[in-house]
Ligand binder design. Structure first.
Ligand code: ADP
Ligand code: MG
Length: 242
């Protein structure tokens, strides 16, 4: 579904990604962790071409991002992205937030967009909030709306960038529950998160990044097990966050 081969990226003379190679197959859940500034956000932004890269290759669903013929806006429309800050449109109701991109980007008629959006709103447990505005919802509820909005576009993969980091602790669980549900339903997901409980429950692959490099790429059994395969750097990181 997604393949990165030796991807490198520079901001000016600063190399932010060095030779990153990973692949995610359909239905797989990949968790990316690592210290702040290690390049996690940059890496997932290259996947939906929000950030250009200068070396290597990225193929998403058979489409090469480097190919000048690739219609990037069309590809982006098929990749769901959920950020740390929920980024809902504050002046639009929940229903309008859910339907806008479906109508503008996918050209769906309003009735179809509404039916589709509300189906996902129901799935994240917020159908009763459909006429509210984002400011009237808690952080956890806003993030669940943001997830429903991304799902409404029928994405081939969902990218999450620290979706629970800006939430009050009591709201982290409700968002993770939604994400676990998606994972169990076979959604292809790539999640930057330090929620190791989530990683332990549903991940197929755990990536550890440091200074723009993928230091570890292993199964959750290898990552969390007693295995001596885990590098000192990862042990040290886990001991700080667990
Ligand atoms: P993470 O998500 O792991 O915290 P980021 O991908 O956000 O890391 O950032 C990786 C590195 O790239 C950091 O050193 C950060 O300061 C730098 N960086 C991020 N965005 C830019 C930018 N637009 N211009 C220059 N440097 C950047
Ligand atoms: Mg980040």
């Amino acid at each position: 579904m997604i393949e990165l081969k030796n991807v490198s990226k520079w901001y000016g003379s600063f190399q932010v990604l060095t030779d990153c190679s990973v692949s995610i197959t359909k239905g797989e859940v990949m968790v990316i962790c690592g210290p702040s500034g290690s390049g996690k956000s940059t890496l997932i932004k290259t996947i939906n071409a929000l950030e250009p890269f200068q070396a290597g290759e990225i193929v998403v669903d058979g489409i090469n991002l480097h190919d000048p013929k690739t219609d990037l806006p069309k590809l982006r429309a098929r990749i769901g992205m959920v950020f740390q800050q929920f980024e809902l449109f504050p002046h639009l109701s929940v229903t309008e937030n859910l339907t806008l991109a479906q109508m503008k980007v996918l050209g769906r008629p309003i009735d179809e967009a509404k039916a589709h959006g509300l189906k996902y709103l129901d799935r994240v447990g917020l159908i009763a909030q459909k006429d509210k505005f984002p400011g009237q919802l808690s952080g956890g509820q806003q993030q669940r709306v943001a997830i429903a909005r991304a799902l409404s576009m029928d994405p081939i993969v969902m990218l999450f960038d620290e979706p629970t980091s800006a939430l009050d602790p009591e709201m982290v669980g409700e968002v993770l529950d939604v994400m676990v549900g998606l994972a169990n339903d076979g959604t292809t997901m790539c999640c930057v998160t330090h929620e190791m409980g989530f990683a332990r429950k549903v991940s197929d692959q755990v990536i550890f990044m440091d200074q723009g490099q993928i230091i570890e790429n292993c199964s959750k059994e290898e990552f969390f097990g007693e295995s001596s395969k885990r590098s000192h750097r990862v042990q040290d990181f886990l001991s700080k966050i667990l």
